[in-house]
Design a protein around this ligand. Structure first.
Ligand SMILES: C[S@@+](CC[C@H](N)C(=O)[O-])C[C@H]1O[C@@H](n2cnc3c(N)ncnc32)[C@H](O)[C@@H]1O
Length: 262
């Protein structure tokens, strides 16, 4: 905050504090590109999970700035979305894919190959569960994040084992809070991505994929029959979730926002 008077600095800090605590999704103007618009895994049977991620990331869009580092970026599906807000996008992963070559190749279980205070904003979507040294990773996140910077995380909770053998943990909201605090983060907020009905619908939809087998015409026919069920379930689940007062306990996943103190 170079060039700011002490008063201006204090006002800015207070505003950021209030921004996190009382964020109102509908006040944020939507940009042309939505966060998961270019995600190759977004499908007819699981778009609900991606919609939750869109809502979460869009709600905090006024906090994205400067250099954004995407830890475990995969094919960097969120890059076009974040470039609407930040000056620079840096993708980190330990493998290159046919679609994307990470800007930094680094094993997130070890020291991340970036200097201290490098990033203004950090995101890590569906990655923490794949790390066998998660606390070390969070310590590293704290190190590479600038003071006052925000980190945004998504983790699955009621989700099948995936990307074997690198699927190590599931985290309760208390574990996420504890581990982030241990690394030095503050203002930690954990929210559910949906509730019990979203969990059931997504599980049933994934289960139904097992029915799609056999010759092509049979697969097409089964898919044709399943699409209305997939769609109805995903449309109604969020409405039913609203009736569940304890949805934080049975969510498909969690979103987390945390800040490095000044
Ligand atoms: C489920 S994918 C998520 C990719 C992307 N964040 C997204 O939301 O589409 C998990 C990503 O974490 C990466 N990953 C897993 N373990 C890692 C490690 N030890 N170091 C670096 N990246 C890792 C994988 O290569 C993969 O790209």
């Amino acid at each position: 905050m170079k060039g700011c008077t002490a008063n201006e600095q204090l006002t800015k800090l207070l505003k950021e504090e209030v921004d996190v605590l009382f964020h109102k999704p509908r006040l944020v103007k939507k940009k042309k590109i939505r966060p998961t618009q270019f995600h190759r895994e977004r499908s007819l049977y699981d778009w609900l999970g991606f919609n939750y991620l869109d809502e979460f990331l869009e709600r905090y869009s006024d906090l994205y700035k400067g250099t954004l580092v995407d830890l475990g970026c995969g094919e960097a599906p969120y890059k076009p979305y974040f470039l609407q807000f930040v000056d620079k996008y840096v993708g980190v992963d330990w493998v290159e894919s046919a679609q994307y070559k990470p800007d930094v190749i680094s094993d997130l279980n070890r020291k991340i190959d970036l200097p201290d205070d490098f990033a203004d904003t950090l995101i890590s979507i569906s990655v923490l569960e794949h790390l066998c040294e998660p606390q070390r990773f969070l310590n590293e996140c704290f190190r590479i994040l600038k003071k006052g910077g925000y980190m945004f995380i998504q983790v699955p909770w009621q989700w099948t084992v995936h990307s074997p053998p690198h699927d190590y943990f599931r985290y309760t909201p208390f574990a996420l809070d504890y581990m982030l605090r241990k690394s030095g983060f503050i203002d930690i907020k954990v929210e559910p991505a949906g509730g019990i009905f979203s969990t059931i619908v997504l599980k049933l939809n994934y289960l139904s994929l097992r029915l799609i087998r056999g010759p092509l015409y049979v697969r097409l026919l089964v898919k044709y029959v399943l699409v209305p069920f997939w769609t109805m379930g995903q449309l109604f689940a969020p409405l039913l979730d609203k009736l569940d007062k304890r949805k934080i306990n049975e969510a498909p996943g969690y979103f987390v926002i945390a800040r490095k103190p000044f």
